[in-house]
Structure formats: structure tokens, C-alpha cells
Design a protein around this ligand. Structure first.
Ligand SMILES: [Zn+2]
Length: 266
């Protein structure tokens, strides 16, 4: 759907094949496509490197291999879902547009849940019970996301986009708040303020995410100069780049957590 500050460069009424071919043409979605297509492709060699070099290099255990694999799976989901949306959303029908957007939002939701799984493995490494408790909640959330965004009956006429966003946002905020605050209390016995240091490591990507959401929702910079950033530099492109930076910080958070050998603090 059109943004009032991006005044030109839209594709419309394209077939599936034309949408695919439009990846190689210049329009206002080209940068959106490529800023996530390239990371989606580069994710695989990076995943291979982390599993074969990074994790063994810092003496990771079996759980560390699994969490690293989950992390890279989340990257693949979020990038490919986004590529799918930006390539195929130009078919001229609102219902197809919303289906593509549903895939994109599902990707963001499910990938965020997978990052939470990685975090839970370390934040609650001293309590199997709390790990199971929070992982069960994440499992429910992923199922819920998948139903409200991907189930064919969830068409926009039956349940509008805005109401679907409201259907999970409060639950998501409460769960993320609990995931951040609870380990600070649970792990307060860790020496050398390790619980706080650990929380700070994981707060960095969260701060980047908040910055990205501000840029995205305020439509910076195109709101100040409508029409000037139609092809290059509008807020959605910055949002994509911020998402890529966010993944790099999450990867660093995962590696730092492995290096801290938190399971030895229990
Ligand atoms: Zn996007």
C-alpha cells in the first residue's frame, strides 16, 4: 500500500513472474528487497562458520550448538519472509498484499520468539523449571502467530490487520518484560554483577530495535521531504538496515553468553 511521503516508483498489477523479474529493476521496493535478500543468502555461510568455527572455538557445549542453530534459523526466517513480502506485494489486489504482509509479520513474530528461545537458554540456565515454563509460553506464542498470520481463514475481511496486531502485542510486551526482569532477580547471586552485565548485553539489540521502530513509524526522513527519497533512503530501507545490524548484535549477544559459561554459576 502507498505511503503518502513516497510519491513515485510503485509497481502495480504485476504477475508472479513479473514480480520476480522486478527484483532487477529500479523502483521504490528494490532496496527493500536487496537489503534483506543479500543477508538471507549470506546467513548460510555465516551459520556454517559459527557452527564449525565460532562455537567450537569458545568451547561451546551441545546446548550452545543448538541455540546457535536456532539463532541462524531465525535470521533465515525473518529475511526470507521479508523478501517474499517485498517481491510479491505488487500484484494489485489488497487481499494478496495482505497475505504477503501476513508472511512478513509472521516472520518477524516467529523470529523474535526464536531469539527469545536463545536468550531463555542462557538467562534461565540455572533453572530447568523456568526454562520449560518460558519455552512453553514461546511455543504457544509461535502457534498463535502462525494461526493469526498464516491461516487462510484469517483474511482481512474477517479480521483486519490492526486487530490481528492488537491480538498479540500486549501478550508479547508482558512476556518480554518478564523475560528481562525475572533473570535479574533469579540470578542475583551470580558474582561480579554478572546478571546485570548479561542483561546489558541483551539490552543493546533491544535499544536498536526501539530506534528502528521510531524511524519506521515516524517515516523518517521522507516525512520531511516528501518525494525526495522515493527510490533511495526512505524509512523502510533504514528499517531493513537496522534489522540487519540488530541480527549482528544478537549474534554477538549469543557468542558473549556462550563465553560467559553461565552454567558454571549455578
Ligand atoms: Zn520490509
Amino acid at each position: 500500500m502507498e505511503c503518502p511521503y513516497v510519491t513515485d516508483g510503485y509497481r502495480n498489477n504485476l504477475s508472479y513472474q513479473q514480480c520476480l523479474m522486478s527484483m532487477f529493476q529500479l523502483h521504490n521496493e528494490t532496496v527493500n528487497i536487496w537489503t534483506h535478500f543479500l543477508p538471507a543468502v549470506l546467513c548460510l555461510p555465516l551459520a556454517w562458520y559459527d557452527i564449525t568455527v565460532s562455537v567450537p572455538g569458545i568451547h561451546g557445549n551441545r546446548a550452545d550448538y543448538v541455540t546457535m542453530a536456532i539463532f541462524h534459523l531465525s535470521c533465515l526466517i525473518i529475511f526470507w519472509a521479508s523478501v517474499y513480502f517485498h517481491v510479491f506485494n505488487a500484484q494489485g489486489c489488497r487481499c494478496v498484499y495482505e497475505q504477503c504482509l501476513g508472511v512478513d509479520l509472521w516472520g518477524i513474530g516467529v523470529a523474535t520468539c526464536c531469539y527469545a528461545v536463545v536468550y531463555i537458554n542462557y538467562a534461565f540456565c540455572c533453572s530447568l523449571w523456568w526454562q520449560i515454563f518460558y519455552l512453553s509460553w514461546i511455543g504457544c506464542l509461535i502457534t498463535w502467530y502462525s494461526v493469526i498470520w498464516l491461516h487462510p481463514r484469517m483474511v482481512s475481511s474477517w479480521l483486519p490487520m490492526e486487530r490481528r496486531l492488537l491480538a498479540y502485542a500486549p501478550l508479547f510486551v508482558v512476556l518480554m518484560g518478564a523475560l528481562f526482569l525475572h533473570p535479574l532477580i533469579l540470578n542475583r547471586h551470580w558474582p561480579n554483577n554478572l546478571a546485570q552485565i548479561f542483561a546489558l548485553h541483551w539490552m543493546q539489540p533491544f535499544a536498536i530495535l526501539v530506534f528502528g521502530v521510531v524511524v519506521f513509524s515516524l517515516k523518517i526522513p521522507e516525512r520531511w521531504w516528501p518525494g525526495l527519497f522515493n527510490i533511495w533512503g526512505h524509512s523502510h530501507q533504514w528499517w531493513h538496515i537496522i534489522i540487519v545490524v540488530l541480527q549482528l548484535f544478537l549474534r554477538r549477544g549469543t557468542i558473549n553468553s556462550i563465553q560467559m559459561e553461565l552454567h558454571t554459576m549455578c
